[in-house]
Design a protein around this ligand. Structure first.
Ligand code: GH3
Ligand code: MG
Ligand code: MG
Ligand code: MG
Length: 353
């Protein structure tokens, strides 16, 4: 997988799980710093300055710096200008030219502090300059400032993928992730399941309690759904309106059944009082789960179509239940018809609305 996407993904996953405010967790929060200088003594000095607050990567040449920038995705590069071979200016230009490293800020560390040198550096996209010989206090202050800015810009970039109401991933993120999980399942020959989840009689809920309460209800459901997929690779997104989708990598039908049970139980246990003429006293959901079995190469789109048809089936057979189906090679049709399974006994579960 593309490194940018995977690193970004990792951060987004953290932010989506509410952990972006991770300053309290030093292991997670440690920013990544790439230090580049042809003089090992300079590299060592910068390493000592930042070892306690950053994860420091080191390079003593331009080529090595480019490789590390791409693979380690540092949050900031401290870049020496004068180096034999590939010099700092060239390295900076190449970082800017590569989509995988374009967003990584660069600070030049240089003995040349003429206006013309600075102008050239800024033209190349550097965010700042630090004069040699370095003063640890000044370097630390500048680096902290730029790391903070980087963190903020990462957050802004991640918002493109976050649903404004519920804080879970949005449809756009779902599309991207499904495509990459689908490729992975093809490559590794692993199964993949997609679960579409729709709130039952939600229009009645809005009509009865108002749109604001409806919004609140959707937020609580999103929270419950997030805990239903337990593996690190499981991904929840808001598909639109009162519909959610779970992407379950490396999950076959029986694994999907377990997730389905947790979804129904989790939602009903919220104990959100529903309208009197709904399917149950508490808010419930219906699901359609389509599984691409190991070794079957159904494309991603028909898999989602299948999940949609199964959802419709679960609705028409009484709601508060899940319809399952397995895709057949390339057609995306249920194998031998979809099995419909009753969900949890709603009446048995208490709770305040
Ligand atoms: P079914 O059991 O067949 O799914 O019935 P339903 O009423 O849930 O389905 P329908 O598609 O008729 O209505 C969906 C409702 O969801 C209508 C719409 O007002 C509500 N809805 C969609 N998005 C939001 C939202 O962001 N906030 C609120 N409060 N309501 C929403
Ligand atoms: Mg040098
Ligand atoms: Mg709907
Ligand atoms: Mg609905």
């Amino acid at each position: 997988m593309n490194t940018v996407f995977s690193h970004f993904d990792e951060r987004l996953t953290r932010s989506l799980s509410g952990a972006l405010d991770d300053a309290h967790d030093p292991a997670q929060a440690r920013p990544r710093l790439l230090v580049v200088d042809d003089q090992p003594a300079n590299v060592q000095a910068l390493y000592r300055t930042f070892a306690d607050e950053c994860q420091v990567f080191m390079a003593t040449g331009g080529e090595q710096a480019l490789t590390l920038a791409e693979s380690k995705q540092p949050d900031l590069v401290l870049l020496d200008v004068e180096m034999p071979g590939l010099g700092g200016h060239e390295v900076c230009a190449r970082l800017r030219a590569n989509a995988a490293t374009r967003h990584i800020p660069v600070i030049f560390v240089t003995a040349h502090t003429h206006v013309e040198d600075e102008r050239l550096g800024l033209d190349l996209g550097a965010v700042d300059f630090i004069a040699k010989p370095i003063n640890p206090t000044i370097v630390r202050a500048r680096v902290r400032t730029h790391l903070k800015l980087k963190r903020q810009s990462d957050l802004l970039r991640s918002w493109v993928y976050i649903d404004g109401l519920t804080g879970v991933a949005n449809r756009r993120y779902f599309e991207d992730r499904l495509a990459s999980e689908w490729r992975r399942s093809q490559r590794d020959g692993t199964p993949l399941s997609v679960a579409l989840i729709d709130v039952d009689f939600f229009k009645k809920y809005n009509d009865g309690f108002g749109h604001l309460m409806g919004d609140e209800c959707l937020c609580r459901i999103a929270k419950a759904l997030k805990t239903a997929g337990r593996r690190p690779g499981d991904m929840l997104a808001r598909y639109g309106g009162e519909e959610f989708v779970l992407v379950l990598p490396d999950t076959d039908s029986s694994g999907a059944r377990e997730v389905s049970e947790r979804v129904h139980r989790g939602v009903v246990q919220l104990g959100i009082i529903h309208a009197t003429d709904a399917v149950a006293p508490y808010v419930t959901v219906s699901m359609g789960i389509a599984t691409k079995p190991a070794g079957v190469d159904t494309p991603a789109e028909p898999l989602v179509d299948l999940a949609d048809r199964l959802l419709y089936q679960a609705k028409s057979q009484g709601r508060n239940r899940t319809a399952y189906g397995e895709a057949m090679a390339s057609e995306g049709l249920p194998k031998g018809g979809a099995g419909v399974v009753e969900a949890v006994e709603v009446g048995a579960i208490g709770g305040a609305g």
